[in-house]
Design a protein around this ligand. Structure first.
Ligand SMILES: NC(=O)c1ccc[n+]([C@@H]2O[C@H](COP(=O)([O-])OP(=O)(O)OC[C@H]3O[C@@H](n4cnc5c(N)ncnc54)[C@H](O)[C@@H]3O)[C@@H](O)[C@H]2O)c1
Length: 254
């Protein structure tokens, strides 16, 4: 049973919240009695997604590559919800390309969305997170730990999210803010569907390489986000929680 939202219900802000892992994380938070603000570059999609979650959700359009848009989105959260208890940085894209011919733009766009975009959201939410002794959950990837052909921009961006997470965990701990990350393996979402359609991801290869033998579901990642965004993880700080079906630890090489 989902509790009716009240002005004192804790608030989760989710970038990339209109779909996939971000939307599932917001839904899980609302199930536990919270309210959620879905921030997405696709304002219409954010508003439609919020409608599916009921009264406890609100959609806000903002591209995380714009400092002005991010600051405006968090100013609206300050004005409307009045608090941020958890910030989930989920906005992201993939743009595979061979390293030898990758353009500067292919790299800088990924870094701008994943790394600087995460920083923009954290910085804008900082006063509200500090006031609530809140939690930050960044979405990394198995790409934070593994070398992946054709994915130099993505692996560089996700590795940097690991460093950003550990540094904020230390720098903002005195402010009462905990910062952690989740590292999903392959999860069914629009992102992976698009890669499949373009022939840039082979389902059988991924399933064979994942110890559990399947893709994950956004709801399974949302459970990890919920743990790190809640007081259940009160002594966890600076951790990268892998949720990858055993992909990164699989030593079955024989
Ligand atoms: N699906 C996977 O297998 C997988 C695995 C590891 C990590 N991840 C990461 O999880 C996160 C969510 O991915 P998903 O699979 O749910 O993808 P998704 O495509 O379903 O959702 C991503 C959302 O982010 C939004 N977005 C993209 N760029 C944005 C920007 N500049 N500003 C604001 N919003 C933006 C999109 O509009 C979309 O709603 C991403 O960071 C992705 O890299 C996904």
């Amino acid at each position: 049973m989902t509790l009716a939202p009240t002005p004192s219900s804790p608030v989760m802000v989710v970038s990339g919240g209109a779909a996939g892992i971000g939307l599932a994380s917001a839904s899980r938070w609302i199930q536990s009695g919270g309210r959620a603000v879905l921030v997405d570059r696709d304002a219409g999609a954010a508003e439609r997604a919020a409608t599916t979650l009921g009264d406890a959700a609100r959609g806000v359009g903002a591209d995380v590559t714009s400092r002005t848009a991010v600051d405006t989105a968090l100013a609206s959260v300050a004005a409307v919800e009045g608090r941020v208890d958890a910030l989930v940085n989920c906005a992201g894209i993939a743009r595979p390309a061979p390293a030898a011919t990758m353009s500067d733009d292919d790299l800088s766009v990924l870094l701008d969305i994943h790394v600087t975009g995460t920083l923009r959201m954290c910085r804008a939410a900082f006063p509200l997170l500090k006031a609530s002794r809140g939690r930050i959950v960044n979405i990394a990837s198995v790409a934070a730990l593994a070398g992946m052909p054709q994915r130099l921009n993505y692996t560089a961006a996700k590795s940097a999210i690991g460093g950003l997470t550990r540094t904020l965990a230390v720098e903002w701990a005195p402010e009462g803010i905990r910062t952690n990350a989740v590292g999903p393996g392959y999860v069914r979402s629009a992102l992976t569907e698009t890669l499949k359609e373009r022939g840039e991801l082979r389902t059988e290869g991924i399933e064979a390489r994942t110890a559990l033998g399947r893709f994950g579901e956004p709801e399974e990642i949302a459970e990890c986000v919920q743990f790190l965004a809640s007081e259940a993880s009160s002594f966890v700080n600076g951790h990268l929680l892998m949720a990858d079906g055993g992909l990164t630890i699989d030593g079955n090489w024989y």
